[in-house]
Write a protein that binds this ligand. Structure first.
Ligand code: LLP
Length: 435
């Protein structure tokens, strides 16, 4: 029995790759390629695993927010609502999508290091649950907008706890040299708390952090939790505000290749819970309400992308290129971060993977690669290639480079497929061009 990095992938009697029991070659034929496919049953399972763990350790004093930057689309906001999770949004566009999908504004946390006045106005007038404030200018902007709307806004501050999470430097946001938030170690974070305490239209309810993404070690999360509680005690002692909420961000790693070995979420959550409990006791601080914001770990392993091979270029003694009908326009992660992926030829899924090839996209960029020198079954033109674990940060980071329309997305639930995002058309692409 063949094993893939995605738990719900398998091989059927025809030797074709299946996801959630559905034949992926049939999906490629039915919906055309490139095609994103999401196994909703896996998304739901992940949402509930987080929710059950947070309920177990924090009771009614904790909440899971789906970091929707990983996959922002109407169907996703509906699923997470169905599972009892809230959402984190990071732009007016994500906020708009979440609200259109029926998300309760109170279940939304609005993040972002450079929110515009317009975005803040939208968030405040829509009564989002919490705004995570990044900097002093933003704080003063919120005070003004909230005042003009006669509202008092509940805020948390994005704090840099100064933790090195040993991940790719492009996606590491916890250290002091980061564009996100205010730093603890130089006193900036305390100063902004002092300023906030003097304002009329904001209520500082908590502190927020996020130390990076695709993290496998548990220690950075433990150290961060400890530092954040120490900081909350310092705010109580030196500023005189009791912060009752702590947002711990996201960042849990997932399995992209056989080398990856993620820790079960419950283990992270228990360790962090115990740390928070002990550190609060040390400071005689009441346990804060806890938010967690997983993004990747909810959706990445639920999704794959299907492509059609247009040609195979064997450059003798150099390299084999497999050319596909998508690329960095629908998955820019290898081009950006050299992110690793596992792949499979979906219509030859039971066969040996004794061919080594570089899978290259169709964009006019030499760097438009999906993966270099990966083991595959030898493909030929017309075959379907599947790239595993593309459920996070693929559709949400896709572009129209070279005026390629964004692919469609299909969701599978209970063995049935349905279209959840239509393929863009050429008409969609020129919609905003002024003639
Ligand atoms: N909360 C905050 C404040 C964040 O900035 C992020 C991710 C998350 C939660 C969710 O983190 P996750 O659980 O997904 O690791 N485009 C990159 C990832 C960027 C992550 C940005 N922030 C990638 O494709 O790997």
């Amino acid at each position: 029995m063949k094993q893939f990095v995605m738990e719900s992938a398998g091989v059927n009697k025809q030797g074709r790759l299946t996801l959630g029991g559905v034949d992926t070659v049939y999906l490629a034929e039915k919906y055309s390629t490139p095609l994103y496919v999401m196994d909703e049953d896996v998304v739901i399972k992940n949402c509930l695993a987080y929710k059950n763990s947070i309920d177990k350790f924090y009771g009614g004093r904790g909440k899971v927010l789906f970091a929707s930057k990983a996959l922002s689309a109407v169907f996703m906001y509906k699923i997470v609502k169905e599972c009892g999770l809230g959402v984190d949004v990071v732009s007016g566009g994500e906020l708009y999508t979440a609200l259109k999908a029926g998300t309760n504004p109170a279940d939304i946390c609005f993040h972002g290091n450079s929110k515009s006045e317009q975005e803040l106005f939208e968030a405040i007038s829509q009564n989002v649950g919490r705004i995570i404030v990044d900097n002093k200018e933003e704080l003063l902007r919120i005070e003004k907008i909230a005042g003009s709307l006669n509202k008092k806004v509940k805020i948390l501050f994005r704090i840099k706890p100064g933790v090195d999470a040993h991940t790719h430097q492009f996606i590491m946001t916890g250290q002091i040299d980061s564009k996100f938030g205010v730093a603890m170690e130089n006193g900036e974070a305390l100063d902004i708390m002092r300023l906030a305490a003097t304002l009329q239209n904001v209520e500082v309810v908590g502190a927020d952090c996020h130390i990076g993404s695709q993290i496998f070690e548990v220690l950075p999360f433990k150290v961060t939790a400890e530092k954040m509680i120490d900081f909350m005690a310092q705010v109580r002692d030196e500023v005189g505000i009791t912060l009752s909420e702590l947002n711990l961000g996201g960042g849990f790693g997932i399995k992209y290749t056989e080398k990856d070995d993620p820790v079960p979420y419950e283990e992270y959550i228990k360790l962090v819970h115990d740390t928070i409990r002990d550190t609060c006791a040390k400071h005689n601080l009441e346990l804060p309400f806890i938010y967690m914001e997983p993004g990747r770990s909810i959706v990445a392993s639920a999704g794959l992308t299907l492509y059609t091979v247009s040609a195979v270029k064997e450059i003798k003694d150099v390299r084999n290129y497999v050319l596909i009908d998508g690329g960095m326009c629908d998955n820019p992660r290898y081009a950006l971060y050299k992110s690793e992926y596992s792949l499979c030829v979906a219509n030859k899924a039971a066969e040996n993977t004794d061919y080594v090839a570089t899978v290259a996209g169709k964009c006019c960029e030499s760097g438009d690669l999906i993966q270099e020198d990966v083991p595959l079954t030898k493909p030929c033109a017309g075959d379907t290639v599947a790239v595993f674990a593309t459920g996070a940060y693929n559709y949400s980071m896709a572009s129209n480079y070279n005026r390629n329309p964004r692919p469609a997305m299909v969701a599978i639930r209970g063995g049935k497929d349905r279209l959840v995002i239509k393929r863009e058309t050429y008409e969609d692409i020129i919609r905003n061009d002024v003639f």
